[in-house]
Design a protein around this ligand. Sequence first.
Ligand code: ZN
Length: 246
Amino acid sequence: MRHLILSDIHGNWDAMDSVLHDVLCETFDSIVVLGDLVGYGAAPVQVIDGVRRFGDKLSIVRGNHDKVVAGIDEGLGFNPMALRSAQWTREQLEVADRAYLAELPPGPREVDGFLICHGSPIDEDQYMLSERIAAESFEALAFKICFFGHTHLPGVFSSARGVVEHQPLLGEEGRLSLLPEVRYLVNPGSVGQPRDRDPRAAYMIYDSDERLLSWFRTEYPIERAQSRILEAGLPPMLAERLARGV
Ligand code: ZN
């Protein structure tokens, strides 16, 4: 099966739209979304509509921002900027869209023999930022491959013979053949708010028959996403950071 893997779109329709122009959605058997549809960006309605249009092909888990916007989590760990954008987002959404977010399932879920989650497979809100944290998940669960998001940093943790290593996925595109004897935790990076100093939208394609992972970065009209944020009266920092990829 060919899977399109998207994560952390964060209300950035301009980035998502560019990704969808880059790929031919019809050529995928499945589309996986690893949470955080909303928060930070100023086009949440368009993003939710876009995700819903994936229809039967969609496999999705909720992210921490989805929970706060839906009102099922208070966002106690959120900084003032994140809270402000969650509150603004909530005001933009119709009841049906809020309900859609509230009903998104928590991770981990199984899709085509692999797991999907937002933070980590043992804690949907955990930031998987080190080999030590990744090792906890490799030890706790018996998955071979798990896709996760939340950190907005494209990369692969691999575990072989008890040793966990991290490889950041850099550049405009690349490929990685997954070895049957190695276990993987894979982050496709963020569509709508990259944080690895590359402002281009990140996404991934996984071919489960070939065990082939391909990652991509694509340019999008950042100024358009920035204007929406400024026009909405959201903190200007949310617009500025998009240009720097932080
Ligand atoms: Zn996020």
